[in-house]
Write a protein that binds this ligand. Structure first.
Ligand SMILES: *Cc1c(COP(=O)(O)O)cnc(C)c1O
Length: 390
C-alpha cells in the first residue's frame, strides 16, 4: 500500500458493529471470561488482548499501528505528550554512567530533560553544534550509549545530517534518537536514513488542529516491546484513548495538510525574502546553509519558517501585535498560522549568552504556516513588517 492509503486504513480494528469510522474505546479496563483467562492474559497478552489502558487500549493501538506504517517502523508506543515521548525514550534506554551526545539547538523542554534531568541520574551529556560533523566525531566515545537531535531544530531551523550522524554513532555502538517534529513524518524517512528511535509530539502536525496533547515513540519491535514498554507501562505516560482517536483521525489527512502547509511556507519565504525587510530563515530557500541537505533529506522546506526582524525585541513585538490573521501562540503544525517570539516565551529561561549562542536573537520570530490562503498570509505579514519598521 502507498502512504496515503495506509494513512486512511492502517491499523483499523472493527468491533462487532463493523463501524466505518474508528471507535473510541473509552475504557480503562477489559473484562475476562474467567479467572483463568485473567491469569493467562497477565502471563502473556496476545496481539489484540488488552489489560489496562496504561499498558494499551484498542484505539491507542490503532493510532500506534497507523503511525508505524507511515514511518516505516516495526512498532510504536503512544504517549501522553511529546515530552512524555522524549523523556520516556531516553530514560527507558539510559542508566547511570552512560554518556549521551546531543545537538545544542533543541526545543526548550528537550533541553531541560537532557541538561537537568539526565545529569541528576548520573548520565553525562555532551552538547555539540548539530550541523558540524567534526563536533559529533570528537564528542562520541566508546561509552556513548545514545545521540539525540532534532532533525530540523526549533526555532533556528538548522538541519542535521541524519545519515552522517547515524554512521558516526553506529560505529561507536550508540543508538540514534531523533525528535522529528519539524521534519514531520510526511517529508522525512529518518529510519531509512539510520535513526533507531524516532519521537514525535503528536500535538503538532499529527493532530494538526490544535486540540489534544499526544506523542509517540517508534523503533524496532525489540526496542519498543523489550526496553520501552515495560518502562512506559509502569511509569504512566500513556496516551488517553480519546486523544488517540483525535490523532488517528488526524493521520487520515496529515499528508494533504502538511504538503499544503509546506507549499504555503515556501511561497511566504520567497515573498518575504524578496522584500528584504527581514532575514528569512527557511530550509526551502537556496540561501539556507543546509538547503541542499534539507532537500535531499526531506524533499521540501517544511511548514515552519523564522524571520529575524531588524530592530530587536521592540520591532518584533510591533510585528506580532500588527498581525490580523496569524495568531500569537506557541503551538505549531496547526491549521491556523501561529507566530511565536522564542526569546521571551519558549526559550525565555535561557541566559542572554545561551540565546545568542543558539541564534535566538531578540528580533527572531517563528512562524508556523497553517492552511489559510498564502496570499492572505503574505499580505498580513507585509502589513506587520510595515508596523515593525515603525
Ligand atoms: C512541541 C515539541 C515537543 C514537545 O511536545 P509536547 O506535545 O508539547 O509535549 C518536543 N519536541 C519538539 C521539537 C517540539 O516541537
Amino acid at each position: 500500500m502507498k502512504t496515503r492509503t495506509k494513512l486512511v486504513h492502517g491499523g483499523t480494528r472493527r468491533s462487532q458493529y463493523n463501524e466505518v469510522s474508528e471507535a473510541i474505546f473509552l475504557t480503562q479496563g477489559f473484562v475476562y471470561e474467567s479467572a483463568e483467562a485473567a491469569e493467562a492474559r497477565f502471563i502473556e497478552a496476545g496481539a489484540d488482548e488488552f489489560i489496562y489502558a496504561r499498558y494499551g487500549n484498542p484505539t491507542v493501538a490503532m493510532f500506534e499501528e497507523r503511525i508505524a506504517a507511515l514511518e516505516g517502523a516495526e512498532d510504536a508506543f503512544a504517549t501522553a505528550s511529546g515530552m512524555a515521548a522524549v523523556s520516556g525514550a531516553l530514560t527507558a534506554m539510559l542508566r547511570a554512567g552512560d554518556h549521551v551526545v546531543s545537538a545544542r539547538a533543541l526545543f526548550g523542554s528537550c533541553l531541560y530533560v537532557l541538561e537537568e534531568v539526565l545529569s541528576r541520574f548520573g548520565v553525562e551529556v555532551t552538547f555539540v553544534d548539530g550541523t558540524d560533523l567534526d563536533q559529533w566525531r570528537a564528542a562520541i566515545r566508546p561509552d556513548t550509549r545514545a545521540v539525540f537531535f532534532e532533525t530540523v531544530a526549533n526555532p533556528t531551523l538548522e538541519v542535521v545530517d541524519v545519515a552522517a550522524v547515524a554512521e558516526i554513532a553506529h560505529a561507536a555502538g550508540a543508538l540514534v534518537v531523533v525528535d522529528n517534529v519539524f521534519a514531520t513524518p510526511v517529508f522525512s524517512q529518518v529510519i531509512a536514513q539510520g535513526a533507531d528511535v524516532v519521537v514525535y509530539s503528536a500535538t503538532k502536525h499529527i493532530d494538526g488542529q490544535g486540540r489534544c496533547l499526544g506523542g509517540v515513540i517508534l523503533g524496532s519491535r525489540e526496542f519498543i516491546r523489550k526496553t520501552l514498554e515495560p518502562y512506559m507501562k509502569h511509569t504512566g505516560g500513556a496516551l488517553s484513548p480519546f486523544n488517540a482517536w483525535v490523532m488517528l483521525k488526524g493521520l487520515e489527512t496529515i499528508d494533504l495538510r502538511v504538503r499544503a502547509q509546506s507549499q504555503g511556507a515556501q511561497a511566504i519565504a520567497e515573498a518575504l525574502a524578496g522584500d528584504g525587510r527581514a532575514r528569512v530563515i527557511y530550509p526551502g530557500l537556496a540561501a539556507h546553509p543546509q538547503h541542499a541537505l534539507a532537500l535531499r533529506q526531506m524533499g521540501q522546506g517544511g511548514t515552519v519558517l523564522s524571520l529575524d526582524i531588524a530592530g530587536g525585541q521592540a520591532a518584533a513585538f510591533r510585528f506580532l501585535n500588527a498581525l490580523e490573521i496569524v495568531l500569537i501562540s506557541n503551538n505549531l503544525g496547526d491549521a491556523k498560522s501561529i507566530v511565536t517570539h522564542p526569546a521571551t516565551t519558549t526559550h525565555q529561561r535561557l541566559s542572554p549568552e545561551r540565546k545568542a549562542a543558539l541564534g535566538i536573537t531578540p528580533g527572531l520570530v517563528r512562524l508556523s504556516v497553517g492552511l489559510e490562503d498564502p496570499e492572505d498570509l503574505i499580505a498580513d505579514l507585509r502589513r506587520a513588517l510595515d508596523a515593525a519598521a515603525g
